[in-house]
Write a protein that binds this ligand. Structure first.
Ligand SMILES: Cc1cc2nc3c(=O)[nH]c(=O)nc-3n(C[C@H](O)[C@H](O)[C@H](O)COP(=O)(O)O)c2cc1C
Length: 396
């Protein structure tokens, strides 16, 4: 068995890297390209019944940058504009041509039972390995009473999950929104409705910027905008929190999503309980081939750590999450300077004076710690551009 083989609801995956339901899975050609690059599976762009009419705005993306680097990505793209017959033919072709790749159909009906169960039955008949319910799109669709409007309402989550799970035999995966007070409650409702697995997270509701010359909110569509969904690196901490909270309270499998851009991001999701991961924004920015490096680097990590399967990493960090109340409060930690590495920039001095305890000063262009003042908070270690500060145990 290969190091990376795993499963989601007993569906075999040659590796845990799956393309999320989004622009990179918007056509059969793109999905084939993803498979050829090495992705273990795909969740189709969300399929809707033909009678639901949607129209996308242009432009519909904006980015949050740090220098030249994109750290956040906002979109208000709606679901797939392709008709149902395109997807049914496409899914059946994909399963025949790539039998070892997982094809998960993402669907979204309206408020009627028939729309959800018909759609689910049809994609099941076309050969989809599983069905993902999009209860989580935070823009456009909620105004029509679907998307995150469903995912923010536990009784409706339960009802629609039941409609679908009673209609099909393939596994039903519920995609959860992070835009709720308690993701555990949303997951509990899905489980009561018969969900077989969870996917989390969809995008985080956002307003990514304002053009200060025109005062247009961004992305500006003829001078107006609306709230969108944030994805990419910036949302990883929210995704990890959400997945770990679901994993601590539920035993169903979880596909981790949100800000995964490399092998270690993926492994972090697996360490907090995900069995596989989905990626969207990083593929939109850097292309399908990123998976090649993710595969090699994950295998290297597993070998270095002595794991014989990626499944052994699953949930490894979960037992170490606890309440703030039970964290050790009296460990005697102070900052220590690696004098040879210190470049004398003084960033730690400013940070500690204005955001800490005034415990750092520059002596002969080197940082020096006053252990009597240092509170061991760790701020200086994070702002040091030379990695010359760390926390050590205060000698008794
Ligand atoms: C342009 C764009 C379109 C998306 N379309 C869908 C969609 O049709 N259905 C869905 O469930 N999620 C959709 N998503 C959400 C992604 O599947 C994913 O949950 C989210 O982007 C977080 O993952 P990431 O940080 O890897 O992008 C979309 C995201 C983006 C950026």
């Amino acid at each position: 068995m290969s190091l990376l083989e795993t499963t989601i609801c007993d569906i075999p995956l040659e590796n845990p890297f799956i393309i999320a339901s989004a622009s990179p899975s918007a056509s059969i050609e793109m999905i084939e390209k993803a498979f050829r690059a090495g992705w273990g599976g795909v969740v189709t762009k969300t399929i809707k019944p033909d009678f639901m009419k949607i129209e996308d705005a242009r432009p519909r993306f904006n980015v949050v940058k740090e220098g030249k680097k994109i750290i956040g990505f906002e979109n208000f793209e709606l679901v797939s504009k392709k008709d149902l017959s395109y997807w049914l033919k496409g899914i059946s072709y994909l399963k025949k041509t790539y039998p070892n790749k997982a094809v998960i159909a993402s669907i979204m009906g309206d408020s009627s039972r028939e729309s959800w169960s018909d759609l689910a039955l049809q994609v099941e008949k076309s050969g989809a390995d599983a069905i993902e319910l999009n209860f989580s799109c935070p823009h456009g669709m909620p105004e029509m009473g679907v998307g995150a409007a469903v995912g923010q309402n536990p009784p409706i989550i339960e009802k629609i999950t039941r409609w679908v799970s009673e209609s099909v035999t393939v596994p039903v995966i519920v995609k959860l929104t992070p835009n709720v007070t308690s993701i555990e409650e949303a997951a509990a409702a899905a489980a009561r409705g018969g969900a077989d697995a969870f996917a989390a997270i969809n995008t985080v509701e956002s307003l990514s910027g304002i053009d200060l010359e025109t005062f247009d909110p961004l992305p500006s569509v003829n001078g107006k905008s609306t709230y969108g969904g944030l994805s990419g690196k910036a949302v990883k901490p929210i995704g990890l929190r959400a997945v770990s909270q679901v994993a601590r309270t539920h035993s169903l499998p979880i596909m981790g999503i949100g800000g995964i851009s490399n092998f270690s991001d993926a492994l972090e999701y697996i360490a907090v309980g995900a069995c596989s991961v989905q990626v969207c924004t990083e593929v939109m920015i850097n292309g399908f081939d990123i998976v090649k490096k993710m595969i090699i680097e994950t295998e290297d990590y597993l070998r270095r750590k002595g794991f014989s399967s990626i499944t052994q990493v699953q949930g490894k960090a979960l037992g170490k999450l606890t309440t703030h109340e039970s964290l050790v409060k009296n460990s005697p930690l102070v900052a220590a300077v690696d004098t040879a590495g210190c470049i004398g920039c003084g960033r730690c001095v400013v940070a500690c004076e204005d955001g800490g305890y005034g415990a750092v000063s520059l002596v002969d262009k080197k940082a020096q710690i006053d252990e009597g003042l240092c509170d061991g908070c760790s701020l200086c270690t994070h702002v040091c551009p030379a990695d010359a500060l760390k926390l050590v145990k205060l000698e008794a």
